[in-house]
Design a protein around this ligand. Sequence first.
Ligand SMILES: Cc1cc2nc3c(=O)[nH]c(=O)nc-3n(C[C@H](O)[C@H](O)[C@H](O)COP(=O)(O)OP(=O)(O)OC[C@H]3O[C@@H](n4cnc5c(N)ncnc54)[C@H](O)[C@@H]3O)c2cc1C
Length: 436
Amino acid sequence: MARSRRDFLLGLGALAASATSVGAPLVTTTPPELLPRSKRQRVVVVGGGWGGLSCAAHLRKSAPELDVVLMEKNEAFWSCPLSNKWLADLVDTRYLVHDYAAAARAYGYTFFQAEVRAIDRDRRLVVTDGGTVDYDWLVLAVGIRQDYGAWFGDDSRAIDHARTQYPSAWQPGREAAVLKRKLAHFEGGDFLMNLPPMPYRCPPAPYERASLIAWLFKSRRIKGRLIVLDPNPISPTFRRIFAERYKDQIIYVPNARVTAVDPFNRKLSTEFYEYRFNDAILMPPQQAGELLWQAGLIGRDSAGRSTGWAAQDPITFRASRDERTFLVGDALGPVSPLFGHYPKSGHAASRQGRIVAGQIAARARGDEAPPELPESVCFVFPDFEPQEMVRIESHYRVRGDGLIEQTMRQFPDPNPRDEDIQWATSMFREFLAFKQ
Ligand SMILES: Cc1cc2nc3c(=O)[nH]c(=O)nc-3n(C[C@H](O)[C@H](O)[C@H](O)COP(=O)(O)OP(=O)(O)OC[C@H]3O[C@@H](n4cnc5c(N)ncnc54)[C@H](O)[C@@H]3O)c2cc1C
């Protein structure tokens, strides 16, 4: 379970105190500086995903006078967009995995591979196991966390078992490779996939993944069933594809909310039924990334309950509780009573990163940036043979009463020609300096 920022910082103090009381060498509460203080104003961006990478690259373009540091825990960038097709070798790995150091060199910022453990907002320090980095401006682009605690409480054995044996592959990193291997070796039986309750990252992507897996079973003649447990409403397009093309491969269960999971005995229960599975993709509820909880930047609803997502200004993306901190990407909380959250998409995260770069560049000069809203484009494949694609576009405007309004349009394309790869390539060119 998440500890609060205060608990975490107190924890560091307690560690130091216990170490000295048993005669161990003195441990100071302030770890060493990882970087010397800069003469220039420093922006630290935590999280090298779609939002953080975009922000770092655009900061270097729009404010070359600032010192920019990107901190990321993974050794390489893994793209979630395109990853479903990659599971079935429909996309080459060179589109999926990219080098952080090459991007940092191309744009001229400092890249640190490190997991940030805490933010000391009072002293403006980013804290890692190896030491601290000071900042004038902070960008937190840490994506989501998967709330296994909702299923297992603090049973770390069950959490580890579910995470490692039945990974969701819903966050950037090696889980995608684990899932790819599983699918390649699956010989038959019941493969279970539950969807998390809304809101979650990239809502159409689990359905796309279900179609992909069903198509793999069908085309490889695997005697397998994919059991899809869904607590949310499904789109008519996917309902049609599941029922018409994959009726022998997919068992789709609507109104299926998970009530218990036993990963050791491969059992999952909903309010109505207990399912046994041979293999699974287990997807717990999603929330804002861990660090935002430790930094004390999670929002509350009107009844005072945690929203599970960050609290920020919907236009400047400044954290509601800290004017030196900006928030980007899927971790954001609701932005409008008219539609709730911005789409939790890579495209939207990247546009928010660019907007935040403009905000910080202006504020560092003592100016104010003009308001700008993000947009989102998303390519979804309801089926793979023959390929069918839908482009989903979302646009935003501020209405006369000050509320943000969303216009969403879908463009079905029964004859696609790698438009998704072209889109991703142009995004990677923009924030990873990707060259083909
Ligand atoms: C299967 C799938 C398909 C998708 N398809 C599309 C698509 O077609 N189009 C689209 O636009 N979007 C798509 N998405 C959604 C897209 O991946 C996300 O919206 C996007 O990644 C959000 O960007 P982000 O920067 O907020 O988070 P992320 O990309 O998750 O980046 C967060 C980064 O922060 C790092 N981090 C977290 N905590 C720390 C810490 N404490 N210290 C250091 N580093 C840390 C993480 O390692 C990670 O690299 C898809 C998602 C999935 C799962």
